[in-house]
Write a protein that binds this ligand. Structure first.
Ligand code: DHB
Length: 391
């Protein structure tokens, strides 16, 4: 098989890249280890920045998102038993976020690729990359019982943090930056009415909690937990008890509860590889960087990466110019580090770190006090939350 761009991974990065390249008249093949049913049903985050929404609409895959997604013009920070609203819309000159699940974005992108004859191969295994330092890199893998090979001009490594592509960059040609947090998030999906119109990020003595949503009937909530905990040790009643303890307070706020239809624990880390490119291999999305989930930057960064990459590849294929490809890593990393900063700040401001002393805990409250009382601080939160301007 031969194509212009071989894409490893059918997550938001790989699928959107394939779609953007198609719009530029560039051929690609996407290979994915999981099945289509699995990628279309795995529950992940659900907050889209304004720039992500605008891009999806601009490239023709935003129709269902516009219909079914919920536009939120503010978020809430809750601490010391009180809720404080951050008016994203007013503080950013009219921007907002859209709550629309990542797997819905995936469904829309898969449908768009299939409608235009895109090559998507699911359930591939034993993926290996070859000759990435040459002009003719190749991807080898197994599919439907046979050994396959894609010869291409470029490889896009969009196979996530645990994927194989990153390891094709030699250790002595890269720097990995990493921070692992001593806590995780326990996430649930519950069949319940909304408890709140807008997301609530809570700092509580028992730890962080977040009230998000998916639809008027389905809610997404998280609480900070031990990353080594086992979700099966948590009954529905115990889960709701924990949420009530962290969220309900003297101001009368009450959670709407209902059957829990999905639960799981995610570990939290910050990770960045520099550079995001080696020869003709370009990493995008979680393959190159991870943010802790606080602030919901993960999928938005993946979208920003492939926007830069698709433009650089389009310029290369029309003119042979390599300057945008040469700047791909530094262009992306500028945004990545700003998102790393913001995600870590949001995490540090709202999560309980058991190793922190009483002084640090009071500083955490002062940070929340400042961001909810100073317009300058609130603008800073808001412009990062809705997403900094795209490169
Ligand atoms: C959601 C996830 C996040 O990480 C976040 O900061 C806000 C919302 C969500 O899944 O809805």
């Amino acid at each position: 098989m031969r194509t212009q761009v071989g894409i490893v991974g059918a997550g938001p990065a790989g699928l959107l890249l394939s779609h953007l390249l198609h719009l530029e008249g560039i051929e690609s093949v996407v290979i994915e280890a999981r099945s289509r049913a699995e990628i279309e049903s795995t529950i992940r985050a659900g907050v889209l920045e304004q720039g992500t929404v605008d891009l999806l609409v601009e490239v023709g895959v935003g129709e269902r998102m516009r219909r079914e997604g919920a536009v939120h013009r503010g978020i809430n920070l809750r601490f010391s038993g009180e809720t404080h609203r951050i008016d994203l819309h007013e503080l950013t000159g009219g921007k907002a976020i859209t709550v629309y699940a990542q797997h819905e974005v995936i469904k829309d992108l898969v449908a768009a690729r299939i409608a235009t004859g895109g090559a998507l191969l699911f359930e591939v295994s034993e993926v290996t990359l070859h000759d990435v330092e040459t002009r003719t890199p190749r991807i080898r893998f197994r599919h439907e019982g046979g050994q396959r090979e894609i010869a291409c001009d470029f490889i896009a490594g969009c196979d996530g943090f645990h994927g194989v592509c990153r390891s094709a960059i030699p250790q002595d040609r890269r720097t990995d930056y990493q921070h692992v947090y001593p806590f995780g998030w326990f996430g649930i999906l519950a069949e319940a009415p909304r408890s709140t119109e807008e997301l609530i990020y809570t700092r509580h003595e028992r730890g962080f909690a977040l009230v998000s949503t998916r639809s008027p009937e389905l809610q997404r909530l998280y609480f900070q937990c031990d990353p080594r905990d086992d979700e099966d040790r948590w009954s529905d009643e115990r889960i709701w008890e924990e949420f009530r303890a962290r969220l309900e307070g003297k101001d009368g706020f009450r959670l709407a509860e209902g059957p829990i239809v999905q639960k799981g624990i995610v570990a939290m880390r910050s990770f960045v590889i520099d550079p995001m490119r080696h020869g003709r291999l370009f990493l995008a999305g979680d393959a190159a960087h991870i943010v802790p989930p606080t602030g919901a930057k993960g999928m938005n960064l993946a979208v920003a990466d492939v926007r830069v990459l698709s433009r650089a590849l389009a310029v290369f294929f029309t003119s042979g110019r390599t300057d945008l490809l040469d700047r791909y890593s530094s262009t992306c990393l500028r945004r990545v580090w700003l998102a790393e900063r913001f995600s870590r700040w949001m995490t540090a401001m709202t999560h309980l770190d058991e190793t922190s002393d009483a002084f640090s805990n009071r500083l955490q409250l002062a940070e929340l006090e400042y961001v909810t009382s100073s317009r300058a601080a609130a603008v800073s939160l808001a412009e990062n939350y809705v997403g900094l301007p795209m490169a």
